[in-house]
Design a protein around this ligand. Sequence first.
Ligand SMILES: C[S@@+](CC[C@H](N)C(=O)[O-])C[C@H]1O[C@@H](n2cnc3c(N)ncnc32)[C@H](O)[C@@H]1O
Length: 240
Amino acid sequence: MSYEHLYKCYDRFVGVDYDDVATLISSVFNSFDISGRVLDIACGTGELTKRLCDKGFEMTGLDISEKMLGIAEGKCNARFIKGDMTEFSLSDSFSAAVCTLDAVNHLESKDAVKSFFRCTYDALKSDGIFIFDINAPYKHKEILSNNTFVFEDEKTYLVWKNEYDGDKRRVNISLDLFTQSNGLYERSSESFYEYDYSIDEIKDMLYQTGFEIINISGGYYMEEIDEYTERYFIIAGKAE
Ligand SMILES: C[S@@+](CC[C@H](N)C(=O)[O-])C[C@H]1O[C@@H](n2cnc3c(N)ncnc32)[C@H](O)[C@@H]1O
């Protein structure tokens, strides 16, 4: 199970400006007159969930990791549920669903991505919209690649080592976390994969599920897409 240890320092090292992400998503919601219930799928530690709560949406966060949910709970007035994004079914229906920070890349096959899209489709109202992002294959191959990154603060030293496998279309992320405790460092380790999906594969799977694509742009600032795009930001809606 991934995030067994990473949850401890995720919020300190994630390096994403969630205020900007929440502003972008809520501006898309406003342009589609979205209000009421919003589902944050693979919500992690709830940083985005909390900000969307603050903006007045009625939030539900779903994640497979109890440890990540444990950090999320209590941050805001959202309902948090443990669940698998590839096989969930909720009794409520939602005006919108979001899934951020490459959670989709954690899914190990196109069948799993299709199941995720299907569950999301079923959770949405007939005019609901779905916003998510994925890491582009370019980022896995050229940025994460076979590189090692180090993150450090006063409590923690994190070594993040990647191995990219082009044949298997995935990057293996191995983490070594050193956490200070009584003047010593305690070591914990975990690893997981992020999988490549091309934007054409994602589009095909969305269409097959019954979504229409409203917009695809780059990153959290809606940049033009080109061969150097690291993150696709996708807005989809239920087709009539
Ligand atoms: C990179 S974190 C992103 C968290 C959050 N969306 C954010 O923006 O910070 C990926 C999250 O996906 C969750 N995840 C991975 N596979 C999952 C699955 N099959 N079902 C639900 N959550 C999953 C992990 O537990 C983790 O919290």
